[in-house]
Design a protein around this ligand. Structure first.
Ligand code: TYD
Length: 133
């Protein structure tokens, strides 16, 4: 099973300000079908808490910081995102939660699919069942 991993994005440092970018099939291993972002998260709130059957994604903390908890049904990993030139690549089939959002944080997500509510697994027991060999 493929694991989630941090992808280091290009960073052009400049006295006028830095610049980073993402190209599909290059910095992300998929064709980008959708972008969405999560913002104005009240302190202590948790987002996510589900898995995707097909959707792969890249999550970037464009501003501020938050933690992404990734669970493959056996192990759990926590990725703390706080750099706008780091993307967390999340392959399909992993349970994920986003929490500990700092004030004014901005979570930017690139997705390999259009929004499809049938791609979500919201039930953790169902997720674990699907992971069984
Ligand atoms: P959801 O993915 O469940 O949010 P989270 O996992 O962060 O808790 O999405 C919340 C709502 O937004 C849900 O009712 C569906 C809608 N939505 C769209 O319509 N399009 C999208 O691309 C996304 C990500 C969500």
């Amino acid at each position: 099973m493929e694991a989630a991993k941090i992808i280091e994005l290009p960073k052009f440092e400049d006295l006028r300000g830095n610049l980073s970018f993402i190209e599909e099939m290059n910095h992300v291993p998929f064709k980008i079908e959708r972008a969405y972002w999560i913002y104005d998260v009240p302190g202590g709130e948790v987002r996510g808490g589900h898995a995707f059957k097909e959707q792969q994604e890249l999550i970037v903390a464009l501003s501020g910081s938050f933690d992404v908890l990734i669970d493959n049904g056996i192990d759990t990993q926590i990725f703390s995102l706080n750099r706008s030139y780091h993307g967390l690549y999340v392959p399909a089939g992993l349970w994920r939660q986003m929490k500990n959002f700092s004030t004014n944080s901005l979570a930017f997500v690139l997705s390999s699919t259009k929004y499809d509510k049938n791609d979500y697994i919201y039930n953790y027991s169902e997720f674990l069942n699907l992971k069984k060999p």
